[in-house]
Ligand binder design. Sequence first.
Ligand code: BES
Ligand code: ZN
Ligand code: MN
Length: 496
Amino acid sequence: MRIEFRTEPLTHVPTSALVVFGFEGSPASSGTAARLPSEVHAALEELQAARELTGKNYECTLLHRPAGLAAQKLLVVGAGKKEKFSAAHLRRLAGCAGRYLRARGIRELAWVLESNGAEPKAVQAIVEGAILADYDGDRYRTEREGERRIDFLSLATGSGTPGESIQAALERARIIAEAQNFTRDLVNEPSNRMTPTRLAEQVQEMAAHFGLECQVLGTQEIHELRMGAFWAVAQGSDEPPRLIILRYAPPDAPEAPVVGLIGKGITFDTGGISIKPSENLHEMKTDMAGGAAMLAVMQVLAQLKPRLRVVAVVPATENMPSGKAAKPGDVVTSMSGKTIEILNTDAEGRLLLADALTYAKQLGCTVLIDAATLTSAITIALGNTTTGVFGWNQEWVNRVLASAAAAGEKMWQMPLDDDYRELYKSAIADLANTGGRFGGAITAAMFVGEFAGDTPWVHLDIAGTRWSNEEKPDLAKGPTGAAVRTLVHLLMNLAS
Ligand code: BES
Ligand code: ZN
Ligand code: MN
């Protein structure tokens, strides 16, 4: 997508579709619709009187050959209630406009900025919204609807060239949104095309392209590192596991902190011997969404170049039943030395995260953040819109929550409490890998936290948010790229 600022008067912008928004109640004369010249304004007033234009959220009204404008069409997007307006909302409005127009074969649009002194935050949201909207998951359809794309986005100021901070916001937005779409591509890929080996290869390609240090370990090294918990999951599959490590360490970065980003990388989760029912089982190709998010964050860092040390660790494997698979009741020794009784082979995510956290600490990480499609329990608690945030260190949890709010992702803190420890005690080993159905997202998180020890740690359960089962006005059905923008915001903030 080509993206440019335009500085001529709004009436003169040569485009297929000029886009404005207006608020509920008075859409013709509020928001950026208020910036239009009087001839168009009259037409909008007429539509408003006829109740064809209400300003309700995501309402799209398309005018052809608008009077007094060089643009071929004018799109008015409903912005909903003015009190609820925010940068996050602007992101979704831009996405909504993009999807509405491309569905009609319009490949070019000019978004009218609120004023020529638009804020960087607003520009970032608009550009992110447009790029994220211009994504569809149907990559293997031979005649793709997705070929309807937005080729060209103009940001119309109406007058004056935007300042440097605004230009920088555009570039930053492009880098972040493209990385989020990279995550969506990885998550969307079916498991026959996204084995642990293939995932590692794609990461190596990405790392070479962006100049990140990449290391990929295989079965033998996993044994040498004594990652008994990771191996317990990997041993059942014919596909060999991979431990993917990416390092970002610019020479001018301070020694501390070293942030560890750990992502669950199950390329397919059958449940193993504790096999899952076949209904919706195909969705388990997305069980590497946490890992894919961390890889995308690294891709962003390589381009935005903050002064900060970050290491990503992504253990990748399938979780399969077979003659070699781990069985319920098996006891394994994790890399940390803690022994684990595997009561349910479908609680595999916490097993590989246990060893990946231990390894990240060994690599020198001083703060750990993990993202994982860890439990169905989190979807019962928070649904598909909100990511669960867990951690004992409230300062770091707050940082993540603040970043989520700024990046326009919904996240909510879940409780941790020592009393839950009783639930995942084992009669034979140090820990059991399940704590039962009640509080399932909490006991899973706490199990992972046991391996963080004293190192500050935050866990994001993205099982509900990794995928959207429905088409939204601003986003395609399918992979969402959850957590990418939040983590980028957190790390950029940490560096500045
Ligand atoms: N990958 C699943 C969790 C999941 C469920 C992700 C739905 C995305 C959508 C995870 O490995 C799992 O199977 N968790 C079990 C744990 C249970 C056996 C303690 C679950 O949540 O049912
Ligand atoms: Zn899983
Ligand atoms: Mn599972």
